[in-house]
Design a protein around this ligand. Sequence first.
Ligand SMILES: Nc1ncnc2c1ncn2[C@@H]1O[C@H](COP(=O)(O)OP(=O)(O)OP(=O)(O)O)[C@@H](O)[C@H]1O
Ligand SMILES: [Mg+2]
Length: 364
Amino acid sequence: MLAISIITISLLHYLTPLHLHYLHDIFQRLYYLPIILAAIWFGLRGGLLCSLVVSIVYAPHILFQWGGDMTLELEKYLEIVLYNIVGGVTGLLSQRERERSAELQKTAEGLEQSYKKLQEQSEQLIAIEKNLRSAEKLSTLGEMAAVLAHEIRNPLGSIRGTAEILRDDYRPGDPKYEFIDIQIKETERLNRVVEDFLRMARPLPTDMVRCRVQAELETVALLVGNDARERNVSLILEPPAVDVVVRGNGEKLRQAFLNIVINSLQAMSGGGSLAISTTVCRAEEAADMCEIRFCDSGEGIDTESLTKIFEPFYTTKPDGTGLGLAITKKIVEGHGGMLQVESVVGRGTTVLVRLPLLQAGGDL
Ligand SMILES: Nc1ncnc2c1ncn2[C@@H]1O[C@H](COP(=O)(O)OP(=O)(O)OP(=O)(O)O)[C@@H](O)[C@H]1O
Ligand SMILES: [Mg+2]
């Protein structure tokens, strides 16, 4: 486009008769247009090159058509000098402007990167703090449980002891004997509750042994069998294709599975089904895992609540403690595994427990 405009202007110069002075004056100024444009678009070099080209194509016109008399055509020679000055100065200015905007762009990109990094770091910090707080809640809970258990168990022991002494004064069949017997049984029940609570809050024991996942699941199914029948829930424990063995603490694993199963039963007030299955996931790069799936047809959990269910004390039940899943997660992670919950409101919930595999199939 620049070349075309230079050629057009030059042609006008060469072809317009010399007596049309005023037209030549206009054409002479028109040359500034491509020079300034070249300077703006291509910087110092572009400006200078364009003014040089203009000078070269314009010079013969002065020399041969106008006569080349220095004194007469001084104004035209001066114009050539001006072309070059304008080309150079405009080019220099536009180049500087361009460099400055590139620098500004770089600074802006740098700033954006720093901002992104800062945001990532603050998100990480928030996540760490959240984890810390939840761990803190659990460990405080553990300490509280120990103190509480101590404070409750001692007087419970005295109540039970004195009740036994009192019971000795009556013969079986006597109504007072029965009352005291109820009293003793209730203190025993209370003791068990306290012990259970203490066991739940206690950190993971270090004695990890070979555990057959299916055997633990069978025990859990047996424990909740009655409850499931009462609630009209069909409990399906699918046999695995191969025997799955993990390294773990049977008691803790049972407790984790039990928490999950109880939650499912509680979510199916109008009956339903709970299917439990175990599969093996072999990975090329990571360790082999087993996946235990608890799939219920209960009420489900909405997306907002899904983010909170692992928090200690988060519960939607009037008599819930909100500790079940928090403790389950701690147990599963303590076994090097992970816990995941997927849910659709009105359809049901699937809880996935992944544990590192010790052995699958073969003799046990
Ligand atoms: N299978 C499920 N179906 C529907 N909601 C569930 C299910 N499992 C968990 N939830 C939701 O997650 C919440 C937290 O569960 P979590 O087991 O931690 O505590 P909880 O069951 O309320 O109390 P606790 O376990 O002490 O009885 C529950 O209150 C419930 O709203
Ligand atoms: Mg629960």
